[in-house]
Design a protein around this ligand. Structure first.
Ligand code: ZN
Length: 91
C-alpha cells in the first residue's frame, strides 16, 4: 500500500470520451458530467465535408442553453426564483 500523492492528476483534463458497460459516454464541457453519446443527450450537427458523420455538441442538452444562450435561461431562472420566493414569504 502506498500513498498516492497524485495532486497533479486532478488538475489534468478529464478524457472527452469514456467507455462504459452501456457504451460510449461523452464529457459535457459545462457540467463536467458524462452522458451517453446519443442524440437524446446531445444535440448533433453535420459537417458538409463529411455528411456521413454525426458530430455531437460539446455541451449536453441540459447545459446547451446555459452555455450558448445564457441570457434566455437566466431570465427564466430569475422568474422562477422570484415566484418561489414570493410564495414562501406569503405563506
Ligand atoms: Zn452538461
Amino acid at each position: 500500500m502506498t500513498n498516492v500523492p497524485q495532486q497533479n492528476a486532478t488538475v489534468q483534463k478529464l478524457p472527452k470520451y469514456i467507455e462504459t458497460d452501456l457504451g460510449t459516454e461523452k464529457l459535457c464541457i459545462h457540467c463536467n458530467e458524462y452522458w451517453p453519446l446519443d442524440s437524446e443527450f446531445y444535440f448533433t450537427y453535420r459537417n458538409k465535408k463529411r455528411p456521413e458523420k454525426i458530430y455531437y455538441e460539446a455541451a449536453c442538452k441540459c447545459c446547451y442553453d446555459l452555455r450558448y444562450r445564457p441570457n434566455r435561461n437566466k431570465n427564466k431562472g430569475i422568474n422562477a426564483v422570484k415566484s418561489y420566493h414570493e410564495r414562501s414569504t406569503a405563506a
